[in-house]
Design a protein around this ligand. Sequence first.
Ligand SMILES: Cc1cc2nc3c(=O)[nH]c(=O)nc-3n(C[C@H](O)[C@H](O)[C@H](O)COP(=O)(O)O)c2cc1C
Length: 225
Amino acid sequence: MKKFLRNAILAGVILMFTSSASAADISLPQPKTSGGKVLFEVLHYRKSVREFYDTALTREQLSQILWAANGTTYDKYSDRKGHVNPAAMGIYAVDVYAVMADGIYLYQPDKHALKLIAAGDFRATTTLGQDFVKVAPLNLVYVENVSAWEKSPRPINREHQIAFANVAAGTMAQSVALAAGAEDLGNCVRASIDIKAFKRAAKLSSKQNVLLAQTVGDSPLVAKG
Ligand SMILES: Cc1cc2nc3c(=O)[nH]c(=O)nc-3n(C[C@H](O)[C@H](O)[C@H](O)COP(=O)(O)O)c2cc1C
């Protein structure tokens, strides 16, 4: 019995070590900015799905999804750097966290990379009990950085800040839905999140406000091709 217990503890320690050791910052390949499916077809087939395979996304798929969520752009016609999604007063107050089987990552738009925040499987913290969330390979969490509003040249009351942040998160989530559709992936926008548990797991401060989540992954309910 003693030997069994010792082996079980040892196995647990090794598992903890290997699962956290495998998680690290992720640099993403450059996203495709041309081609792909016809937009109107993607819009026509847009839907929420609640059944996912546990297959991990490829780096290329991850790159497209995160770029759609909060990526940057360059418009050669006006020689202008921009963003995939709009933001009130040009204040980009919403950050995107990617919650995957091996960890929680913060998407860094300028680097187009994922910074590891916490190693481990925290997907369950992004839901209030919807089981498909725990299986799907990617759950995005849209988080308002309240301090970002300090960049505003004129005061914005809190009510407007919250409205602006929610609208921004909505546009980000719709871009992700379209990118997911173009990649033949399923998605589901979700407001039911275990906010307290996610804030703890992602080490968020009191100046960070959890707005919305979105599950993305391969689904038997999405036709291929
Ligand atoms: C703000 C918002 C919050 C939502 N929250 C959830 C949620 O927590 N769980 C869920 O399964 N679906 C959620 N949905 C998805 C809706 O239930 C879904 O869009 C609606 O039933 C219409 O279905 P469709 O998206 O397939 O057209 C949410 C959608 C929005 C826009």
